[in-house]
Design a protein around this ligand. Structure first.
Ligand SMILES: *Cc1c(COP(=O)(O)O)cnc(C)c1O
Length: 366
């Protein structure tokens, strides 16, 4: 069986380094808000090029905390609107609505699967305060026109960088393109912890200290509470593991790139549509390799019959979810078509060449 993602194999690459570090943290007696988190935050900020990095409990919290901090700082108010792609993972949208802000869904571009930047302006109202960009599947989305648009309307650009750590746009890393960014280190992400973990990066010192306080009961000083905060901290053990794996992220992303290149060059089947190879290979870190087919469900079954696991990212669009019943009758035809046709092939830094070859052969025979 070719697994969709062999997490055990990914983490065992660093077995001795990770195990000895976990023992160190265990024996240190210090488990929260300590040196491991500080070190990882510094190394992450350096890697991204951001001024600040704040470790938090997970990726959803990272995004929630950014919007919550903007509300506490008076930059946004409950009822304000945030533009977000209609085909993103639900967490991007939850982070907005959880803060009493209103998600405004905008359709993606069918070629890139990312937000169609040309459709943003038509969705801006006097209540619009931010654009939440999602670098979906690992592909950076950004443009100079977008920056000009955000400046013109006074909008914050927030990045959901859960899927694209290491990707670049014109030499700048995702997570350092907009005003603030949320990262997820969910085990299956390109930089995965051994449980839940996340981070925020940003340039603004005031925003950073507000987020840090809100994530720690609204407190920057023990037992002094500035905000009605929450508890969303990164554990020392997770930070220590992430700090080890961060050293290898570029290497791992480059293996993903070479697999994506092979798939794109060697899969030849008229019944499906492959993702485009980006002009600049650094702009994509291939968190997912997503193909499209009108016979998606048959293809998935055929692959499984041939011992190849695949997944669908994602089967139900956010506006068709029960959680957002008020949107159920709205129509987002591009998103709907994507959700009916997408299929994610196995891709990971530990896939063997022979496994890649087998996926190519089986897909070609479908
Ligand atoms: C994984 C993911 C999140 C949420 O991250 P968690 O750490 O699971 O909370 C948010 N947005 C996107 C696009 C994701 O893929």
């Amino acid at each position: 069986m070719i697994k969709f993602l062999d997490l055990q194999k990914i983490n065992l690459q660093y077995q001795s380094e990770i195990e000895s570090k976990i023992i160190d943290v265990f024996r240190s007696g210090w488990y929260l808000l300590g040196n491991e988190v500080k070190l990882f935050e510094n190394n992450l900020a350096n890697y991204i090029g951001a001024t600040h990095a704040i470790g938090v409990a997970n990726g959803l919290d990272a995004l929630r905390l950014i919007f919550r901090a903007y509300i506490e700082l008076g930059v946004m108010q409950v009822g304000d609107e945030v533009i977000v792609p209609s085909n993103t993972y639900i967490a991007s949208i939850l982070a907005i609505s959880d803060n009493g802000l209103i998600p405004v869904l905008v359709e993606p571009d069918m070629e890139t699967y990312n937000l169609d930047l040309d459709k943003i302006e038509g969705n801006i109202t006097e209540r619009t305060k931010a654009i939440l960009l999602v670098h979906l599947y690992g592909a950076a989305v950004f443009s100079n026109d977008l920056v000009a648009l955000a400046d013109r309307y006074g909008l914050k650009i927030v990045e959901d960088n859960a899927q694209a750590i290491g990707a670049e746009w014109k030499g700048v890393k995702t997570g350092n393109l907009g005003d603030a960014a949320g990262f997820s280190f969910y085990p299956g992400k390109n930089l995965g912890a051994l449980g839940d973990a996340g981070a925020v990066t940003c340039k603004d010192t005031n925003l950073a200290s507000t987020i840090r306080a809100i994530a720690n009961y609204g407190s920057n000083q023990k037992y002094v509470n500035m905000y009605q905060g929450l508890n969303s901290r990164l554990d020392e053990i997770e930070a220590a593991v992430l700090d080890i794996k961060l050293k290898y992220i570029d290497q791992e992303n480059s293996v993903r790139r070479s697999i994506a290149k092979r798939y794109i060059n060697e899969i030849k089947n008229g019944n499906l549509i492959l993702p485009a190879l980006p002009n600049n290979e650094n702009s994509h870190v291939w968190h997912l390799f997503v193909i499209r087919s009108a016979q998606r469900d048959d293809l998935q079954k055929y692959l499984l019959d041939n011992d190849i696991q695949t997944l669908i990212h994602y089967p139900i669009p956010p506006h068709k979810q029960k959680a957002y019943e008020e949107w159920n009758d709205l129509s987002y035809p591009i998103s709907e078509q994507m959700h009916n046709e997408v299929l994610s092939l196995p891709i990971s830094p530990v896939m063997e060449g022979s496994e890649v070859e087998k996926v190519i052969d089986v897909v070609n025979n479908f």
